[in-house]
Design a protein around this ligand. Structure first.
Ligand code: SAH
Length: 345
């Protein structure tokens, strides 16, 4: 199998390409071209003969297979990978620029009952270059390159559990942050996890300035186990302890995601327990209205109910917002698009 150059760090790439006969400055130039999203044949400052030497590698391992544009400007992508698999991404436009939501795995093993990504389990991890490739090809599609970046923020909230693909996700973070690459600041990157507590400690040791987002969705241990099997392995108290320690070590405020499911986790008792759990912790709670996945039979709350739940938390001095829904008309919940594409094959 051909090696994907985007899986390598800058130094590794330069070493590999000088070993096959490129000059050091040419190898460095290949790194920059790749991060701009250019294929080998487009790297016109490298002589044709030298470009031949690159044929044993893969340049951009991700392509845009399908694109849907919402009335509100949100875009949804189906990315094609070199082995015929697909993953999803979402692009959101804000005042300051674009945020891209990328996938880290094909499918997912975490089994959260409300999510479409786990329905067929995890197929495989994405390599770091396949995560980076998603950012690179959308940035190029938007007319950006490494100097004039269009994508300013990245969130690891697409398909998959980033902390279940730890090493590749870390390589991705270092590469997307590389000054000769897209140079996206760590502070502009958010990693979302379902709560693999020991991995939060591993991440903490890297002392990165990324934002940590934890998908909580339930404050009661027994109820959380029912909707998120990961809670059986890492209970809620140890998860919150890990988050508090993470905040202590990095100074970065942790954000908790709470997807409101009608009749499951949206009662006053749930709000009370959530407030108790996070008391005295400078955390922010992001309420999300469930995007119903037909296979699950679960229902989302109304705007009014979401607002009521937010008010219950605010009354207890919690920092809380209801996430603005974007792209509702282009088929939204995580993992649904890939299911559609693969069932068409
Ligand atoms: N595995 C990671 C990141 C991917 S999921 C995690 O669990 O955080 C990204 C976010 O989307 C999570 O908060 C997840 O719980 C939420 N999510 C998944 N399916 C959803 C749905 N149908 N409606 C609303 N949010 C959903």
């Amino acid at each position: 199998m051909k090696a994907k150059l985007l899986d390598l760090s800058f130094d590794e790439l330069v070493e590999k390409l000088t070993a096959v006969g490129l000059k050091k400055y040419q190898a460095e130039s290949v790194f920059v071209w790749l991060n701009k999203g250019y294929a080998f044949e487009e790297m016109t400052d490298i002589a044709k003969g030298q470009r031949e030497l690159l044929k044993e590698f893969i340049d951009i391992p991700v392509s845009i297979a399908q694109r849907f544009v919402s009335r509100d400007g949100t875009q949804k992508f189906l990315f094609g990978l070199t082995d015929g698999e697909f993953v999803e991404g979402v692009l959101m436009k804000y005042k300051y620029g674009y945020t891209l939501c990328v996938s880290t795995q094909i499918g997912c093993n975490m089994g959260c009952v409300f999510c479409a990504s786990h329905l067929e389990g995890k197929k495989r991890d994405l390599s770091s270059g396949e995560i980076l490739g998603q950012v690179i090809c959308v940035n190029r599609m938007l007319g950006g390159d490494t100097q004039d970046r269009k994508i300013t923020n990245v969130v690891l909230m697409g398909m998959g559990e980033p902390l279940d693909n730890f090493d590749n996700v870390l390589s991705f973070l270092y590469n997307v942050n590389h000054p000769k690459g897209l140079n996206i600041a760590m502070r502009n990157i958010s990693l979302s996890t379902c709560g693999i507590a020991p991995k939060i400690y591993e991440l903490m040791q890297r002392k990165l300035q990324i934002n940590l987002t934890v998908s909580l969705h339930e404050a009661f241990q027994d109820k959380r186990e029912r909707i998120m099997p990961v809670a059986k392995a890492y209970d809620i108290e140890s998860l919150i302890k890990a988050c508090r320690d993470y905040f202590q070590a990095t100074g970065r405020r942790v954000i908790f995601e709470y997807t409101l499911i009608k009749g499951v986790n949206d009662a006053q008792a749930d709000a009370d327990e959530l407030a108790r759990l996070l008391k005295g912790f400078p955390a922010h709670i992001n309420l999300i209205k469930l995007n119903p996945v037909k296979e699950t039979g679960l229902k989302g709350t109304t705007d009014k109910e979401a607002k009521m739940f937010a008010d219950m938390l605010a009354a207890k001095n919690m920092s809380v917002t209801v996430r603005r829904q974007m792209g509702v008309d282009i088929e939204g919940a995580c993992g649904q698009l890939r299911r559609k594409a693969t069932s068409l094959r």
